[in-house]
Design a protein around this ligand. Structure first.
Ligand code: SF4
Length: 292
């Protein structure tokens, strides 16, 4: 990855951002499997061409710093930290993962996350659950018990004032989220890993523009909306989430026609490092990005 430093941040920050992650052929990390196949393969293929500014990576660097500090603390006989585990699949491909903390006595695997308050407010944990199950899968495959995956979310935008004001707001800046591991969840994640890897392997040599398209969910699409419009008026009378509701509303309140408004792909627009190499982004957002 090409790291730029447009705001002239101190050199240690720039150097930390530059610490290269190199990809090994036929080897995929569990966290990479959380990405869509298109995003995963484009990121690997174009790693040396993708440009990122260290100012945009500051929260990722903060996360790395938290890991580094915690890694140095609290050694115990039953605790394993930063343990690297691998599993070789029948296809000959290797799946790897680094565990933040594993307690052999309790069978708990722990991961530290820096997160936004919204992740917790919306209880948007499906990616963590999948990641936790993949760690449990790695442990089981290597002969270690694991019955729980625990995440500690350090909330970077937590506010004490908001915590006092709202009862449904997290009351502390650190939140514990846990998932039970059982035979069923392990079988499910085993299926997910194998199916995902089959798709990745089948597309490793496919041209960029022929990679499987990211789903709306992968693109963090906000969903289409339907505006009830009146002739001669620029703004909508009302905007609803489904066409049926918009038609119903027009029936009761008037309006001349329904305008379908395409949902925005939040990830494509703001959070996909490989977007420049993605044909969907080029067709949909490139002009917008360049302010043309
Ligand atoms: S730009 Fe969007 S569609 Fe393309 S790889 Fe990224 S997330 Fe997927």
């Amino acid at each position: 990855m090409k790291i730029t430093n447009k705001t002239n941040l101190p050199k240690p920050i720039e150097d930390m951002a530059k610490s290269e992650y190199s990809y090994t052929p036929k080897r995929y990390s569990v966290t990479s499997l959380l990405k869509s196949t298109r995003q995963l393969l484009l990121t690997r293929r174009h790693n040396n061409e993708i440009e990122q500014d260290c100012a945009d990576m500051i929260w990722m660097l903060f996360g790395q710093a938290v890991h580094k500090v915690l890694e140095e603390k609290g050694e115990g006989a039953e605790l394993c930290k930063e343990e690297k585990l691998t599993v070789v699949l029948d296809t000959g491909y290797t799946i790897s993962g680094i565990l933040d903390l594993y307690n052999l006595d309790t069978g708990e695997v722990t991961d530290y996350k820096t997160a936004s308050i919204w992740k917790v407010m919306f209880k948007d944990y499906s990616d963590w659950e999948k990641q936790g199950m993949m760690y449990a899968w790695l442990l089981h495959k290597n002969g270690f018990p694991c019955n729980k995956a625990v995440f500690y979310a350090i909330l970077k935008d937590w506010s004490k004032a908001e915590a006092k004001r709202k009862h449904d707001y997290p009351q502390q800046s650190v939140v514990r989220v846990e998932f039970d591991v059982n035979d069923e969840s392990l079988a499910e994640i085993d299926r997910f890993i194998n199916e995902k890897m089959d798709e990745v392997i089948a597309n490793e040599n496919a041209p960029d523009d022929q990679l499987p398209m990211c789903s709306e969910e992968d693109r963090w699409n906000s969903g289409n909306t339907y505006a009830v419009m009146k002739k001669g008026r620029k703004t909508a009378m009302r905007v609803l989430n489904s066409k049926e509701k918009a038609l119903e509303w027009r029936e009761e309140n008037g309006g001349d026609y329904i305008e379908e408004r395409k949902g925005e792909d939040k990830r494509c627009k703001d959070y996909c490092a490989c977007c420049e190499f993605c044909s969907y982004w080029q067709e949909t957002y490139k002009t917008e990005d360049k302010g043309e």
